[in-house]
Write a protein that binds this ligand. Structure first.
Ligand SMILES: [Ca+2]
Ligand SMILES: [Ca+2]
Length: 499
């Protein structure tokens, strides 16, 4: 054999070995010529053809043309790990090792079957329970919806096969459907998935508004040629508007100024001749000589707005990401002040101030859309696609209620010289002034918009994405309105670490 041919044959052997367990290739370079005598002789384009030829060779040509030449054990010997081309290199009629691995077909399998390629199980869970240590669970095309795959130990799931379990697996062929809370992996020491797709659901429960695909704290988790599609996060709920404050009580006579009762406490307005009122700051009473009318009560101070929701997510005790709800508007709006009295003792009394409006409540937090949340362990992602949905919008704060209008002041009392009390008779300075309006209720805070995250790691969790992995991020949510502007808008990150 020419040196070039030897090198080619060795290359082929190495190519084969890359999909074998090392033990099968332990013979070293000296065996290369014997291991595949026909490969070197006929194959002129080993890199292009090797996979297809292997499948043909091992299944038919080699066996039928050389049925007994030192048995087929040498060409078919050794392990046959699942590979990208789905090559059955140990001649047991399926990629993988039929006696070691467990085969699953969600459409045609039965969990009472033996789990070999011709008699597959139906569910992934049954496959995981049945597989031997170091073995693979091999999935045929179809849709799977496991309740949980959180089994301890080391296990490997490979999907994308046709029902023959041979030929190159395609990740689009096998779909694992997961709820919006994500598939939880907390117990495995070392779990891996290859050649399949996870599809998450949209979040629908306001108590759990973020949509996940995987939530892992497995010691090691490896995803190779896996597509993860997260559903949409739920938007927050808008806060409730505050009620309007009650109107101030009007003065009924010179002897009875407006007595407004706000939440049980009575706010008195001034009687005739009095400068301002019990809750006033010395506003001037009417000045008869200058015909200056009594001073109306001033408007009460408005309430202070609720706090917006925080920008950053936090981690709940249940191990979920959470954007905190915005705060309610503060209940610190003040009632309007009572009106001042008329210029004389007999002058009119002031109207009571209006009650303050009630505060609006804060908007509730939005949910994000997250492909993988890693709470611990080592996450490795290669040749994969992470695709998030849209994150939810933050809930808007409720508007504060308007303050109540101030009560009307009274006309002057009639003295003995008076028969008809009108402003013409006594002038405007003699009338009681109206109360001020109540302060407006505070606006509730706006919650932050949810985030779109490819991978979120928390604390000690680590992640590594290779250059062949693509992350497609959906639109983050806008922040909820807070009266003046809005809460923090959501963000999007291919990976994000939360301490
Ligand atoms: Ca193989
Ligand atoms: Ca095989």
């Amino acid at each position: 054999m020419h040196s070039q041919e030897i090198r080619r044959a060795t290359n082929i052997a190495l190519l084969l070995c890359s999909s074998f367990a090392l033990a099968a290739c332990g013979g070293g370079a000296g065996d290369a010529g014997n291991a595949n005598p026909d490969a070197g002789a006929s194959d002129t384009s080993p890199h292009v053809d090797s996979g297809a030829r292997l499948e043909g060779d091992s299944g038919t040509a080699t066996d039928t043309e050389n049925p007994s030449r030192d048995g087929s054990s040498e060409a078919c010997a050794g392990a046959d790990d699942p590979d990208d081309l789905g090559v059955d290199s140990n001649c047991d009629n399926a990629d993988g090792v039929a006696t070691r691995d467990v085969y699953v077909n969600g459409d045609t399998g039965l969990d009472s079957n033996t789990g070999d390629p011709a008699h597959p199980l139906k569910s992934i869970e049954a496959g995981l329970r049945a597989v031997k240590s170091g073995g693979y669970v091999m999935l045929a095309r179809g849709l799977y919806a496991p309740k949980t795959l959180d089994l301890p130990g080391t296990w490997k799931i490979v999907g994308g096969y046709e029902s023959t379990f041979k030929g190159a697996p395609k990740r689009e062929s096998t779909t694992i459907s997961v709820p919006s809370s994500g598939l939880v992996l907390s117990k495995p020491d070392d779990a891996s998935f290859a050649h399949l797709m996870f599809v998450g659901a949209d979040a629908e429960d306001p108590k759990s508004p973020t949509a996940y695909v995987l939530r892992t704290s497995a010691k090691k988790l490896t995803l190779d040629d896996v597509a993860l599609r997260a559903g949409n996060g739920l938007s927050g709920t808008n806060g409730a508007d505050g009620l309007a404050g009650s109107a101030g009580a009007s003065a009924t006579s010179r002897y009875e100024s407006g007595k407004t009762s706000c939440d049980g406490s009575v706010v008195l307005a001034a009687l005739g001749g009095s400068p301002g009122s019990a809750n006033d700051e010395g506003l001037s009473a009417g000045d008869c000589s200058a015909k200056v009318p009594a001073h109306p009560g001033s408007t009460g101070r408005p309430g202070s707005a609720g706090t917006d929701g925080g920008r950053l997510p936090t981690l709940t005790a249940e191990g979920l990401l959470e954007w905190r709800n915005a705060g309610d508007g503060h209940p610190d709006a003040v009632a309007g002040h009572g009106g001042a009295g008329g210029c004389r003792y007999e002058g009119g009394s002031g109207g009571g101030g209006g009650c303050a409006g009630k505060a609006g409540t804060g908007g509730t937090a939005a949910g994000g859309s997250v492909c993988v949340l890693a709470l611990g362990g080592e996450l490795t992602i290669t040749r994969s696609l992470l695709h998030t949905g849209f994150a939810g919008a933050g809930g808007a704060g409720g508007a504060g209620g308007p303050g109540g209008a101030g009560g009307i002041g009274s006309a002057p009392a009639c003295d003995t010289t008076c028969s008809v009390c009108t402003s013409d008779t006594f002038n405007c300075a003699d009338y009681g002034a109206p109360g001020g309006a109540g302060g407006a209720g505070a606006h509730g805070g706006g919650s932050a918009g949810g985030w779109a995250l490819g991978v979120a790691t928390v604390k000690s969790a680590t992640t590594a994405l290779d250059a062949s992995t693509t992350v497609e991020l959906g639109k983050p949510g806008v922040g909820g309105a807070n009266g003046l502007s809005r809460g923090p808008d959501g963000e999007k990150h291919a990976s994000f670490h939360l301490d």
